[in-house]
Ligand binder design. Structure first.
Ligand SMILES: O=C(O)C1=C[C@@H](OP(=O)(O)O)[C@@H](O)[C@H](O)C1
Ligand SMILES: C=C(OP(=O)(O)O)C(=O)O
Length: 461
């Protein structure tokens, strides 16, 4: 079998001469000196790309991913699947976002390998069930910060399905899955209150288990429901119905996962910093390629941003957010949209009125403890932001410049950038952390501030 070496296709919509196309290290956040007036396209969704990579690898034939995201999280998923014997080859794409990917499932998955999860929740939660289907042991590890992320739902869940695992650190990375080539499946109860990805990871592979899966969530809260709905929809599109006989229970019958060609939607959560930028700085930002209907939680920005006082206009596949620089306070339960909290927190901290976010205890388990990190970084700039057990409280206070730590968290980095639009002297310590899901962030941010038109090759602009 011929394996074509994978090299990350470059997404460089602005040509070779853009000095800020990718970022590394410390970064002075630029201030908006006039209202924004920008039209931008963002690359593919991380959550959709990594789900479709896994499903394509488990499918009954080769399939193409069009306009997938190319970033650290998706590179890690590609490499992880390759380590298990999946063939993944670039094919010329026409979307202006780099290559498409042709995914050819192996006759049988091969273990006896190691998988680096980096800091990617989708890799550490979606690949162990696939490794359980492989023949031989697969060891999973990742960044230091990844070792702090909860894995109980996957580790205990796979054990509950009869899979043999070693986890010396009891409940987290690193651990080894001793795959035997098959998983019995059947009934399973897990507590997924720490992450919806436990449910998604098990459901994605469930149709390949001998008896399928009846999965029941036992915890009190289940975060990020739209991400589970995304998993259910992705399976349905491949001929795998997921029944939900009761709230918090999913049933998947054993059977084939259909190969298909799939187009990846732009990442609407990665549109958030730009759209929040229009609210923070004033002016307008338009994102092109907005899907008509989607399971992405980022679509909720259309309803969330008006709560802060913004105007949102939708015209075909373009969404425009406008602001006049004033920001209203909000009270929001963001339990379903934890991914959006850091960027929305920038608006709440810059608002003229108090705000409160609740229902987000689980984001303490994201790339970093985002509740603690946001409170600490806003306090460092003079903000009056305090931690709640499951949320954040914001009191109006003038912010000043200073260092903004990203904690290796892409969304912390972009949050610092939003604040910096209004507050001179904000220095993000590690803008390179945006490579987790949006390596082009500094270049796109510069383009937004230059009020330049949409990228070349974006016919819709
Ligand atoms: O399944 C997914 O693609 C994701 C699920 C959510 O995780 P949690 O349920 O851990 O919040 C979300 O925050 C993360 O960014 C992506
Ligand atoms: C929580 C996030 O990522 P992950 O997929 O690593 O959980 C995120 O992108 O906000």
């Amino acid at each position: 079998m011929q394996i074509t070496p994978y090299s990350a296709p470059e997404f460089d919509p602005y040509g070779d001469d853009d000095p800020l196309a990718e970022g590394d290290g410390a970064w002075e956040a630029p201030v908006a000196t006039r209202p924004l007036d920008a039209t931008l396209a963002v690359p593919g969704s991380k959550s959709l790309t990594n789900r479709e990579l896994v499903l394509a690898a488990l499918a009954d034939g080769p399939g193409l991913l069009r306009a997938p995201l190319v970033s650290r999280d998706t590179d890690l998923m590609v490499e992880g699947l390759r380590a298990l014997g999946v063939r993944i080859e670039p094919r010329p794409g026409d979307g202006g976002f780099g290559d498409d990917l042709l995914v050819t499932p192996p006759d049988e998955f091969l273990g006896s390998t190691t998988i680096d999860c980096g800091l990617a929740g989708t890799v550490m939660r979606f690949l162990p069930p696939v490794a359980a289907l492989a023949l031989g042991p697969t060891t999973f590890d990742g960044d230091e910060a990844a070792r702090r992320r909860p894995m109980g739902g996957i580790i205990d869940g796979l054990r509950g399905l009869g899979v043999d695992l070693d986890d010396d650190r009891r409940g987290g990375l690193p651990f080894t899955v001793h795959g035997t080539g098959r998983v019995g499946g059947g009934e399973l109860a897990i507590d997924a209150s720490a992450s919806s990805q436990f449910v998604s990871g098990l459901l994605l592979a469930a149709a390949r288990f001998d008896d399928g899966l009846v999965l029941r969530h036992t915890g009190e809260r289940l975060p990020s429901l739209p991400h589970i709905e995304m998993t259910v929809a992705a399976l349905a599109a491949r001929g795998v119905p997921v029944e939900q006989p009761a709230t918090g229970t999913w049933r998947v019958a054993p059977g084939p996962i259909a190969a298909r060609d799939v187009s990846i939607e732009p990442d609407l959560s990665n549109a958030a910093p730009f759209l929040c930028g229009a609210v923070a700085a004033g002016g307008s930002v338009t994102i092109t390629g907005w899907p008509e209907s989607t399971t992405q939680v980022g679509a909720r920005l259309v309803d969330l941003l008006p709560r802060f006082g913004a105007t949102v206009r939708r015209d075909g596949d373009r969404v425009t957010v406008s602001g006049d620089g004033s920001i209203r306070g909000v009270r929001l339960d963001l339990g379903e949209a934890g991914e959006l909290v850091p960027n929305l927190a920038a608006l709440a901290a810059l608002a003229d009125e108090p705000s409160e976010f609740t229902g987000i205890g689980h984001i303490r388990h994201h790339e970093t403890d985002r509740i603690a990190a946001l409170a600490a970084e806003f306090q460092g700039l003079g903000g009056r932001v305090t931690e709640l057990d499951d949320g954040l409280r914001f009191e109006p206070a003038p912010l000043h410049g200073g260092e903004w730590r990203a904690y290796a968290d892409h969304r912390m980095a972009t949050t610092g950038a939003i604040v910096g639009l209004r507050v001179p002297g904000v220095r993000v310590d590690d803008i390179g952390s945006t490579s987790k899901t949006l390596p082009q962030f500094p270049g796109l941010w510069a383009r937004m501030l230059a009020n330049d038109p949409a990228p070349r090759g974006d016919a819709s602009a």
